[in-house]
Design a protein around this ligand. Structure first.
Ligand code: CUA
Length: 130
């Protein structure tokens, strides 16, 4: 009985903090339209602030593309598919100011490798250059 009680307590304390009831993203993100096409991306906005939650709404006007956001070290931070007649929402919040690259992640034709865009992230407050 002691063991069962201990297991019950352990289960309760380890499971109660699971985030299933909470939204996985901010309630009021900045919504950005991302349109992929052969061979480029059109973003409705490409300058953001550090800590600003963003919901990228990604679609394609022609074939399947991929969307990957890379930092200055070419580390992949977020990705999703860009599909015709479908919108994928990719949530991301930038943690550092800088210049980020958007690259296509799926072979989409002769210009696949030149299919890029740039995102600029500025400090969240004036003078806060973390
Ligand atoms: Cu678009 Cu590869």
């Amino acid at each position: 009985m002691v063991v069962i009680a201990a297991m019950g307590l352990a289960t309760f304390y380890t499971l109660r903090d699971l985030p299933f009831e909470r939204p996985a993203h901010a309630a009021d993100p900045t919504v950005v339209q991302v349109e992929a096409r052969q061979f480029g991306f059109v973003l409705s906005r490409n300058e953001f602030r550090v800590g600003e939650p963003i919901a990228f709404q990604v679609t394609s006007v022609d074939v399947n593309h991929g969307v990957g956001i890379y930092d200055e070290n070419m580390e992949l931070l977020a990705q999703t598919q860009a599909m015709p007649k479908y919108t994928n929402t990719m949530y991301y919040t930038f943690e550092k100011p800088g210049t980020y690259q958007v690259l296509c992640l799926e072979y989409c034709g002769i210009g696949h490798h030149v299919m890029t865009a740039t995102i600029t992230v500025v400090p969240s407050q004036e003078g806060e250059g973390k």
